[in-house]
Design a protein around this ligand. Structure first.
Ligand code: LLP
Length: 432
């Protein structure tokens, strides 16, 4: 019954709000934003602003879409949540409940993933500069896979395992020399990258790993970048890797990277096409019976979440400047990558006043949206920016002594606080 209601809500949303918003978001009869059955203005009142609001049903729907898209095409696959995208325990717990594994980029994410309930064997550790402590933490926890990134690490991992007399599954991260068309800061697969081994070094790494009785090299890994809008670069990368290193590996991890919709110009492949494409390319280029591992981050979380802000000031000089109570402390993407962000007044969508929506931080670059059109914004208005579920919370910081925002999960008309707002005293809590 409840499922049915949500489906109906999702259908209504498709008509009323763009795909940038969570599946269950809609405007009510008064034109007020509802998300997960909760009123955005009431959420702002109850939890304060800025706040991240996560639509749980949206998150689950995307996780299920990934799993069913792979399951429809292969029996042997793993979908690992790239936890860096939204390294929040409660969000990760939802994805663990959906049966996903988890990819962690260090000791902190590993600690979070264990707390979220991922089975250690379903966790995979990444990183181009893992410390011995992080490797020990991972071995103590019994993580399923360590993705070995460089020759120094080959020595370090085999040494640690020998010391312990323990065996470990590993994958080898390859830099395939393919650069997808995305922002340079989130392109990782080119020849001159800090991630992974080039093809020549990969051969040496494989020889050294083969010489150690403590490692089981289950497969190769590459991740060519993020916010990728076409499938061709994945194939190009896999062609280069198989041409150089052969196909004699049981697991093929093509990383994450599926792009999402941030605005009207974005048209990423669907989750279904993406999964179908990756399974097909592994089958064609590596042969049948191989495990396909995927590591989506952004495509699971970005559109599940909106951020609510309150307008504090409206200034008119050359332009109209709308100042909100957050900014580069809770969403660095516009500043770091020139990322497009949409914005609306939460109870008056579709306005026509051109304005610049800025954060409250002490630098001119702290602009969330340069080309906003808002409905006559006034101090006290609640603004909403959609698609902030990936790399917003995770990259939040306390610049200018700004406490980090809470995370609220909404579903079926209920809202639950899963991370509370940081307190001023906590900003000083590490003083010694
Ligand atoms: N696997 C590995 C090894 C990765 O490094 C990443 C992301 C992923 C998977 C997940 O990629 P996704 O599916 O989310 O594209 N802060 C940047 C994004 C950095 C991505 C880092 N690696 C941003 O906000 O755009």
């Amino acid at each position: 019954m409840r499922e049915g209601c949500h489906h109906a809500a999702a259908m209504a949303a498709a008509q009323q709000l763009s795909h940038v918003y969570p599946l269950g978001a809609r405007l009510d009869g008064r034109g007020r934003l509802q998300i997960g059955g909760c009123d955005a203005l009431e959420l702002a009142r109850e939890f304060g602003t800025p706040a991240y609001v996560v639509d749980e049903d949206d998150l689950r729907a995307r996780a299920r879409a990934f799993v069913s898209a792979f399951a429809a095409r292969t029996d042997d696959f793993q979908v690992h949540f790239a936890s860096k995208a939204f390294a929040c325990t409660a969000v990760a717990r939802v994805l663990a409940q959906e049966g996903l594994g988890c990819d962690v980029a260090g000791g902190g994410e590993l600690t979070m993933a264990l707390k979220a309930g991922f089975a250690p064997g379903e966790i995979e550790l990444h990183g181009n500069a893992k410390t011995p402590d992080e490797l020990r933490l991972a071995l103590d926890a019994g993580v399923g896979t360590i993705v070995v990134d460089n020759l120094d690490e080959v020595a370090r991992v085999t040494g640690l395992l020998e010391e312990r007399g323990a065996t470990q599954r590993v994958q080898l991260r390859i830099a395939p020399g393919v650069s997808p068309d995305t922002h340079p800061s989130i392109s990782t697969g080119g020849p001159n990258t800090k991630f992974g081994l080039n093809l020549a070094d990969a051969e040496r790494a494989l020889e050294r790993l083969a010489a150690s009785p403590w490692v089981d090299v289950e497969g190769l890994h590459f991740h060519i970048g993020s916010q990728i809008m076409e499938l061709a670069p994945f194939r190009a990368a896999l062609e280069r890797v198989t041409a150089a290193l052969g196909t004699d590996f049981s697991a093929w991890n093509l990383g994450g990277g599926l792009g999402v919709v941030y605005g009207p110009d974005d048209a990423p492949p669907s989750i279904e096409d993406y999964a179908a494409g990756k399974v097909a390319m592994v089958r064609e280029l590596c042969g049948p019976g191989k495990r396909v591992v995927d590591e989506p981050g952004r495509a699971l979380t970005a559109n599940s979440t909106v951020t609510l802000y309150t307008v504090q000031s409206v200034k008119r000089n050359v332009a109209t400047w709308v100042g909100v109570d957050g900014g580069m402390s809770d969403n660095l993407r516009p500043m770091l990558y020139g990322a497009h962000c949409e914005v609306e007044v939460a109870d008056r969508f579709g306005g026509e006043t051109p304005c610049i929506v800025t954060g409250k931080h002490c630098e001119s670059g702290d602009v969330l949206v340069r080309d906003a059109l808002l409905a006559d914004p006034r101090p006290g208005d609640v603004l909403v920016t959609p698609a902030t579920g990936a790399y917003g919370f995770s990259m939040a910081n306390t610049y200018n002594g700004q406490p980090r925002p809470p995370v609220v999960i909404v579903s079926g008309g209920d809202a639950r606080l899963v991370v509370r707002r940081e307190r001023y005293e906590e900003l000083l809590s590490r003083d010694v």
